[in-house]
Design a protein around this ligand. Structure first.
Ligand code: HEM
Length: 422
């Protein structure tokens, strides 16, 4: 999702000013609580120079403008080829991502997006609800059994990571026996989408990409041979028909789509699920109030999305000379939209560091404009159903220790563990 380019630019803030803040974000403390760093970024301005060239966009309105504006483009293959260092984009893991939806611009993006349609409209979500509710109920059985036996359990391992794999697995048609492997290579693959991946991170990502390729290629081959009642079967039928007999081209699009949708849904939804349950239950008074007022569960999930955007940063490039929040941005300059910081802009959400389920605040955690998240409805449904069942079943569920976040990533947040008791 992200890209760092080398470009000139002008701003009154020094390019070095942001270095200590990035270091803090990459520390255990910053990963656990990035909010003070976001506040410090807001002090520097809406558009803050990045040390390597390009800019961080932290103001809510400026982020919104970039995501929705037609003149801000995804960092696609053509852009990568125009860089002074095209070799930066040539590793296997990065190349694999370059063909996926978020890295495409119109018309290729429009074409693929149209083919996928609106998979999670209101009617489809209502049809999925009983299946999601049943999955949650059985995962909470497992959580309860482990807590009764051990006194505590890791909510992320038992529930938070499993639910997205089970629901997207049902939708695409992926065997339960494969979920552990799927989660494992997905966690490793996302390093290639970091802002400045190290060589060793790219190597980890490359190995994961090979495993991912093998997995999804086999899955598609088997589904062609034995069609099912799932979305992958529908994509195969659609792209086979629209590719004019070019089976290799159809296979490539189906692979890119299936692989990306899976990664996009696993890495992000788990963070939302863990955060929602933790934020709703960490204060006993809030948990009791929500149990008595389940009508506020949906707005609690929205506040959890605002509080901590699972994808924290995303990049775009200026397709011509532009001005953003008063800062001139030359053509081809990369800007890094900071979703988390945007949602903590005090002009958009006053008193941003207070968690308030009734705030009706604004966030951009699912992006905006042509690339708006395709799975937002499914992620919301999972989080709302999960919180409802947790409150009903375990009214005294609490974290035993503070949640642990991965401090090796800036782009995809990862809630590694959340130890709970009931
Ligand atoms: C809490 C969970 C999730 C979060 C926070 C999230 C966030 C995002 C964000 C920020 C984008 C980029 C938008 C942009 O570039 O402007 C995105 C794109 C996307 N998401 Fe999600 N996502 C989540 C869950 C899911 C799920 C469950 C699926 C699929 C079942 C999914 C599929 C996609 C796809 C396919 C795209 C690319 C859309 C495009 O470029 O046209 N996401 N998501």
């Amino acid at each position: 999702m992200n890209a760092v380019g080398h470009h000139p630019g002008t701003s009154t803030v020094s390019r070095r000013a942001v270095i200590p803040l990035l270091r803090r974000l990459r520390s255990a403390e910053g990963a656990a609580n990035p909010r003070p760093v976001w506040a410090a970024l807001h002090e520097l301005g809406d558009v803050v120079p990045a040390p390597w060239g390009g800019y961080f966009v932290v103001g809510f309105d400026a982020c919104n403008e970039v995501l929705r504006g037609r003149k801000w483009q995804s960092t696609d293959f053509d852009w990568q080829q125009r860089q002074d260092n095209p070799e930066r984009w040539s590793d296997l893991a990065t190349r694999e991502m370059t063909r996926t939806l978020p890295r495409l611009n119109a018309p290729a993006h429009t074409c693929q997006r149209r083919a996928v349609g609106t998979p999670f409209d209101r009617a489809s979500l209502e049809a999925l609800r009983p299946m999601i509710a049943a999955l949650i109920s059985s995962l909470l059985d497992e959580l309860e059994a482990e807590i009764r036996a051990e006194g505590h359990a890791d909510f992320m391992r038992v529930v938070g990571e499993q639910l997205p794999a089970l629901s997207v697995g049902e939708w695409i048609g992926i065997d339960r026996a494969d979920h552990a492997h799927l989660l494992d290579f997905t966690h490793r693959q996302v390093y290639a989408q970091e802002l400045l991946p190290t060589r060793s991170q790219l190597a980890v990502s490359e190995q994961a990409t090979l495993e991912m390729r093998e997995f999804f290629t086999r899955l598609i081959r088997e589904r062609r041979a034995r069609p099912g009642d799932d979305v992958l079967t529908q994509w195969i039928a659609h792209f086979d028909a629209s590719s004019g007999g070019d089976r290799a081209a159809a296979d490539q699009i189906i692979y890119d789509l299936t692989m990306f949708v899976t990664i996009a849904s696993l890495e992000t939804s788990a963070v939302l699920l863990g955060n929602t349950v933790h934020l709703a239950t960490s204060d006993p008074a809030r948990a009791a109030w929500l149990t008595a007022h389940p009508e506020h569960i949906a707005s609690t999930v929205e506040e959890a999305l605002r509080w901590d955007a699972p994808i924290s940063i995303n990049s775009r490039v200026a397709s011509e000379d532009l001005v953003l929040a008063g800062v001139p941005i030359p053509r081809d300059t990369t800007v890094h939209v900071m979703y988390g910081a945007a949602a903590h802009d005090p002009r958009r959400n006053p008193d941003p560091d207070t968690f308030d389920p009734l705030r009706r605040g604004g966030h951009l955690s699912f992006g905006g404009g042509p690339h708006y998240c395709l799975g937002a409805g499914l992620a919301r449904l999972e989080a709302q159903e999960l919180l409802g069942q947790v409150l009903k079943r375990f009214p005294t569920l609490r974290a035993v220790t503070p949640p642990v976040f991965d401090d090796t990533r800036l782009v995809f947040r990862r809630l590694v563990s959340l130890d709970v008791q009931i």
